[in-house]
Design a protein around this ligand. Structure first.
Ligand SMILES: N[C@@H](CCC(=O)N[C@@H](CS)C(=O)NCC(=O)O)C(=O)O
Length: 336
């Protein structure tokens, strides 16, 4: 990876020029993120709900930009999202959401929490934990690599192969980097074993099945709670009148389940009707629309390959057609 050779001082310069730019038209928040990332979407959603301005610094996860030394310095786990607020660096979606909630909740900035100590506050904590602890990486890649699981193949075989090859490519890249950058060796090796573990799980349909069952259990718990919203609670969101951080977790989960075809199964025959109604209503929220359409809607669908990969698939398909046509012409002429 050419970008990997960049020296660290040029990366530091990059960050500070970003800070300057964002400071000119916002409050200086920079979000290192990727438009397709589940965890980044939660943070983006929370920022939009709170009407906070921020600047995105997109990290190319497919090409392994998260492993570059400048990024490892920011987050040794090599993961997005990471929020930069002035000199403060905050990794991890939950920590970021809690940080913006604690630090940006004045008059114009809506709170995303019920009153502390209330029954709703406790309920919200329980729901948020339940949803945030779901094995979403396993379920997402599991459904992509085992298309029979959802019954709806969203990617071609070639696209699936490209994504599987990416795991191997990242493992090789991490081996290479751990030899070249002794300073980060341990981080790279931890990351590599995590990736290998995940790949083993996502290619084992029993494990994927278990993950899907966990999700189903959580959705049933949500439905049980939504059923209780009767009378003056009719317009409540998940835990109270306010849209809370638990709603953010739930909406991003539902959006991902929809993309990988699992809502087709969970919502079949009008199952979980209150949850279905909730999701329809949530999709109307301005912040939801902004979140799911960030980057002008280009390539932010999880199932999309990036531009170069799409080009690769397109060129590959044209090459196959031309080769087939060439062989056919050759055979016709030879048989004449
Ligand atoms: N617990 C972290 C998880 C973050 C995470 O897994 N991010 C993924 C993208 S959705 C990532 O950066 N993956 C890159 C990699 O592991 O190489 C959070 O909540 O922010």
């Amino acid at each position: 990876m050419a970008g990997m050779q960049k020296n660290i001082s040029s990366d530091v310069k990059n960050i500070s020029s970003d800070v300057k730019k964002s400071g000119e038209n916002g409050n200086g928040l920079i979000l290192y993120q990727n438009y397709q990332s589940y965890f980044c979407l939660k943070v983006v959603f929370a920022l939009h709900e709170k009407k906070l301005k921020f600047k995105s610094h997109v990290i190319d996860l497919y090409r392994g930009e998260q492993f570059e030394p400048w990024f490892v310095r920011i987050n040794p786990k090599c993961e997005v999202p990471v929020l930069k607020d002035g000199v403060k660096i905050i990794p991890d979606s939950r920590r970021i959401i809690d940080y913006i909630e604690d630090n940006f909740s004045n008059g114009d900035t809506p709170r995303l929490l019920p009153e502390k100590g209330s029954v709703e506050f406790q309920q919200m904590g329980r729901m948020r934990d339940l949803i945030d602890n779901l094995p979403i990486g396993l379920v997402t890649f599991g459904c992509i690599f085992n298309p029979q699981m959802t019954g709806r193949i969203r990617l071609s075989n070639q696209e699936i192969r490209i994504r599987q090859a990416r795991f191997a490519a990242h493992e090789n890249l991490l081996t290479d980097l751990s030899e070249k950058n002794k300073e980060f060796k341990d981080h790279y090796l931890v990351k590599k074993s995590g990736l290998m573990r995940l790949f083993k799980l996502v290619t084992d349909s029993n494990e994927v099945d278990k993950g899907i069952l966990d999700v189903e259990y959580a959705l049933k718990e949500v439905e049980k709670l939504l059923v209780t919203h009767e009378g003056d609670k009719k317009k409540w969101w998940l835990c109270c009148e306010k849209f809370t951080t638990a709603d953010i977790s739930l909406c991003v989960l539902l959006s991902r389940l929809h993309q990988i075809g699992l809502t087709d199964i969970f919502f079949k025959d009008n199952k979980l009707p209150h949850l279905q109604e909730y999701f329809k209503r949530a999709q109307q929220r301005e912040a939801y629309k902004k979140t799911m359409n960030q980057g002008d809607g280009i390539l932010n669908s999880f199932v999309c390959l990036d531009t170069k990969e799409q080009m690769f698939v397109a060129v590959g398909s044209v090459a196959v057609i031309l080769a087939a046509a060439g062989i056919a012409t050759f055979l016709i002429h030879r048989n004449k």
